[in-house]
Design a protein around this ligand. Structure first.
Ligand code: HH2
Length: 290
């Protein structure tokens, strides 16, 4: 069965080969690369590198989701992401472009500039109009789980009786909200939100139980790249690897996600994810593989 993720004029085939979404943070304060690509020029250079490394999708964000990150106005966020998306859409017309935002006004401007996907970590719960905006444009949407709508409060809400069942139920609920707002079913991808209001054990349970999420029928996106649960797992003698030193841990977790059935990896290191997925995909029995 051919499975296509509909993102405006693009159709991304998922399930045959893992799709890799490269992260382009045009922010001064992201948790792992804050400030590294904060100007449009630096962000574009970084995006071009990720495209050369084999990214299928580039996810451009102008507001960090790190707990304690500064609030960014819609105007400032637009000023960060729109020029980058506009330039990339012009330069690489076949490449899927995503905007990582919680605000309808930013999504609207990004879509006007040429984005194909709206990636909202609150899944339309902070600013419900974002789903109408995505639906009207025929954009792909990524619906992510977090227990609250703010990174500032999410860790205090990391309490679950059955994290896998609760996340699954939440994602199904958000998918219904999205379709009610006019988003097509085949435009939806879901994401359990690794590190968003989750303790170590919750993150591990969600990765282990991925088949319970893929059974929803939507492509599942996983964002494990450089996240702090990896630092917890690899800490030795009280030394915790900083975000830029979590490469091997990231690749190990991404490989586990692929084997569990993830369709899309959101990652900082596209080259490593493409190499790992080339091997993991070949080792995974897939319906569509000849
Ligand atoms: N993680 C981050 C941001 N956006 N979106 C989805 N769908 N899934 C994720 O796991 C996810 C996300 C956090 O990573 P990063 O963008 O590197 O950091 P920051 O939010 O600090 O900019």
């Amino acid at each position: 069965m051919e499975r296509l993720w509909r993102c405006r004029d693009l159709r991304l085939e998922w399930g045959r080969r893992t799709l890799v979404m490269g992260i382009v943070n045009v922010t001064p304060d992201s948790f792992s690369d804050g400030g590294a690509h904060a100007t449009a020029e630096a962000a574009l250079a970084h995006a071009r590198r990720l495209a050369r490394d084999g990214a299928d999708i580039l996810d451009v964000g102008g507001e960090s989701t790190r707990p304690g990150a500064a609030d960014v106005s819609a105007e400032d966020e637009k000023a960060r992401v729109v020029p980058v998306i506009r330039a990339l859409a012009r330069e690489m017309p076949g490449l899927a472009l995503s905007v990582d935002t919680r605000k309808a006004a930013v999504a609207e401007a990004a879509l006007e500039a040429g984005a194909h996907v709206v990636n909202d970590v609150t899944a339309g719960r902070l600013d419900p109009r974002i789903l109408d905006v995505a639906g009207a444009a025929g954009a792909g949407v990524v619906l992510m789980h977090m227990p609250t709508t703010s990174p500032a409060t999410m860790q205090a809400a990391a309490r679950y009786d059955d994290v896998v069942a609760e996340v699954r139920e939440h994602l199904l609920d958000r998918a219904l909200a999205a379709t009610a707002a006019g988003v097509r079913r085949d435009a939806i991808a879901v994401d359990p939100g690794i590190g968003f209001g989750k303790l170590l054990e919750h993150n591990l349970s969600l990765i282990r139980a991925l088949p319970h999420l893929t059974s929803l029928g939507f492509p599942v996106l996983m964002g494990v790249s450089r996240k702090s649960f990896l630092a917890r797992l690899t800490e030795r003698g009280g030394e915790t690897p900083p975000p830029l030193d979590r490469r091997e841990a990231t690749v190990a977790a991404e490989t586990a996600c692929i084997l569990g059935g993830a369709a899309i990896l959101r990652t900082h290191d596209v080259k490593a994810a493409r190499r790992a997925s080339a091997v993991a995909d070949a080792l995974t029995p897939r319906e569509a593989t000849p």
